[in-house]
Design a protein around this ligand. Structure first.
Ligand SMILES: Nc1ncnc2c1ncn2[C@@H]1O[C@H](COP(=O)(O)OP(=O)(O)O)[C@@H](O)[C@H]1O
Ligand SMILES: O=P(O)(O)OC[C@H]1O[C@](O)(COP(=O)(O)O)[C@@H](O)[C@@H]1O
Ligand SMILES: [Mg+2]
Length: 549
């Protein structure tokens, strides 16, 4: 496909405008309803939250139009034609196989492609008041404002010649159930377009430049070994530079957890990565990762633009923490919640069977308590759930300890679930970070265990504390059915996005619809549990716990 550069490249990061972040403030409960009440009254502070940006003037009759224009601009998808004069060609992705008719349309008219102007609404509730549970308002009157996002899926026209494409896949950050399902679907879909040159990058971004880590076309064997009472399939990988990723190679990788390509933290050297992309002549890069990986993917996308490389960088959000903005959920989260049930159930059984038993479970979630909240809700066995988004006190009349005393009197036992990032304000801070720059948290689970033991000893009440920290067990496993389906759609859509010519985008499920979003918009801050949301209130209803203040 012939390429001509445009005279002036568009600015590719439409962001940081006057309205930026108001939506996030609301979506993530930065103004806790109780805090608002106790300080100035709910109405006043909610308004303060949305009008935090000085340029947001609601007395301007055209504020809504300006807001929506700004929104549409922010959520427009960066495209390779922003820097190239490039004509599309008809897609090679055919939906018409063996199809004679679809609904009322003749076979000729029906094509099943997503129109480039198709949009989905991100939010569908009209809140009557800023005090409504979970209200996400733009202005003090909670006016109805449409937030449109782009629909994902195959387009009729594409911007790459499939036979000339070299596509690369990389998985970064921590493990997450479903990584292999996404890799597999990306490979399948690329092949259906007609791509023959597909490679895997080993062990995250460092696979681009670290010596000894080559592109990863591999051979794969399953060995069956027999343990007492059961058969275990062990995946053995053999590295061979001459093989390509193909349907045959990845066909069964979804049967095991982890990442077929390997993952790692750190090693985000954008310039070296793009050197490597250039040297390897990669046209499409699929980055499967969380917030950090997305920031890296966007930096790669920007650098490719700067160097005027025709490369589509498309991300797929992965994280068991479910902490990516705008997404209904990220793949792996459901599975992690399901796995967490085992730990909670064991803690319940231990506590229930002991005299004054107290079960304590710590679950992953460094900045967001979604896993702890959902696992508490789904298990129905939790009496107290503590998450990073909601502050609490341990001591005193309204503290957690007093409530545990009360539970022992009332029920004879209790079970507590804490998120990894909870109660950090009660612990000594460490300045340590991991290789990716994520802060290493103090261990609240261990602190809580010691605290409970000491408290009951001090007051002379026997308490049998059983602490369970399942750590990696909630994520080092195969995706469940619901996550496997999500992975399938997201992986396929990522390929559709790349062929449609987008770059610097991610593929997600938002308000039940599959969508493409600019990466810049999803990485502004981690998504967090909104303490004013119905879901958190449901969790409180279920546990029966009071406010610990
Ligand atoms: N702000 C950033 N810009 C560029 N790359 C980043 C950034 N933050 C993290 N990365 C890189 O992304 C990769 C994954 O990040 P990490 O935070 O470990 O996991 P996750 O993607 O799951 O959040 C790492 O290689 C890391 O170096
Ligand atoms: O020990 P590791 O591998 O760094 O992983 C721990 C972290 O992984 C997480 O699951 C999040 O990982 P990601 O950010 O990679 O999705 C956190 O909940 C937890 O703090
Ligand atoms: Mg992260």
């Amino acid at each position: 496909m012939a390429i001509a550069f445009k005279a002036s490249a568009n600015s590719s990061t439409p962001q940081q405008h006057w309205l930026h972040s108001t939506w996030e403030q609301h979506q993530h409960g930065f103004t806790h309803l109780n805090e608002r009440k106790s300080r100035k009254g709910a109405m006043v502070l909610c308004v303060r939250a949305v009008s935090g940006k000085p340029d947001l003037d609601f007395s301007d009759p055209s504020w809504k139009q300006k807001y929506q224009e700004d929104w549409n601009r922010r959520f427009s998808l960066p495209h390779i034609t922003d820097i190239y004069d490039l004509k599309p060609r008809l897609t090679t992705f055919s939906l018409k196989k063996n199809r004679s008719e679809a609904g009322n349309l003749s076979a000729d008219m029906w094509n099943g492609y997503v129109n480039k102007d198709d949009r989905a609404l991100l939010k569908v509730i009209k809140y009557a008041s800023p005090t409504s549970a979970g209200a996400e308002c733009v202005d003090p009157d909670c006016s109805w404002v449409e937030h449109w996002i782009h629909r994902a899926g195959p387009r009729k026209e594409i911007y790459y010649e499939p036979e000339e494409v070299k596509a690369a896949i990389v998985t970064c950050g921590g493990l997450c159930p479903g990584l292999n399902d996404v890799i597999r679907q990306i490979v399948f879909t690329l092949e259906i377009y007609g791509v023959k040159n597909i490679v895997g990058i080993q062990f995250g971004y460092r696979g681009f430049f670290e010596k000894g880590l080559k592109e990863m076309p591999v051979s794969m064997f399953f060995h069956i070994i027999r343990c007492p009472g059961r058969l275990i399939a062990v995946l053995e990988l053999q590295f061979d530079d001459n093989l390509q990723l193909s349907r045959k190679v990845v066909e069964n990788i979804n049967l095991s957890g982890g990442s077929f390509l390997g993952v790692s933290r750190g090693g985000a050297k954008t310039s070296e990565i793009v050197d490597s992309i250039q040297a390897r002549r990669i046209d499409m890069l699929f980055v499967i990762g969380g917030n950090g990986s997305h920031a890296g993917a966007n930096a790669i996308h920007e650098e490719c633009r700067k160097r005027k490389l025709k490369v589509s960088v498309v991300a797929v959000p992965k994280t068991i923490d479910n902490d990516i903005l705008f997404m209904d959920k990220t793949f792996g989260f459901d599975t992690a919640v399901e796995e967490a049930q085992r730990a909670i159930n064991s803690a319940y059984i231990e506590a229930r069977s002991a005299y004054h038993g107290i079960g304590l479970v710590k679950l992953m979630g460094r900045s967001s308590g979604f896993i702890a909240m959902q696992a508490s809700l789904s298990s129905g066995q939790i009496d107290v759930c503590l998450i990073p988004e909601v502050s609490f006190t341990l001591d005193g009349e309204h503290g957690v300890m007093r409530h545990l005393e009360h539970l022992l009197v009332k029920k004879g036992f209790c079970v507590v679930c804490v998120a990894e990032g909870a109660g950090q304000d009660l612990l000594q801070k460490s300045n340590a970070t991991d290789a990716s720059g994520n802060v290493i948290l103090s261990d609240f689970g261990v602190h809580m265990q010691q605290k409970i033991k000491k408290h009951f000893k001090d007051i002379g009440v026997p308490a049998d504390v059983k602490y369970i920290d399942p750590t990696y067990m909630v994520r080092a496993c195969r995706a469940n059915a619901s996550d496997a389906i999500l992975c399938t759609v997201l992986g396929q859509n990522a390929v559709h996005g790349a062929f449609a010519g987008f770059s610097g985008i991610t593929s997600g499920i938002c308000n039940t619809h599959y969508a493409f979003l600019p990466i810049t918009e999803v990485i502004t801050t981690p998504k967090r549990v909104n303490p004013n949301s119905r879901m958190w209130h449901r969790c409180l209803t279920s546990t029966g716990q009071p406010d610990f203040h």
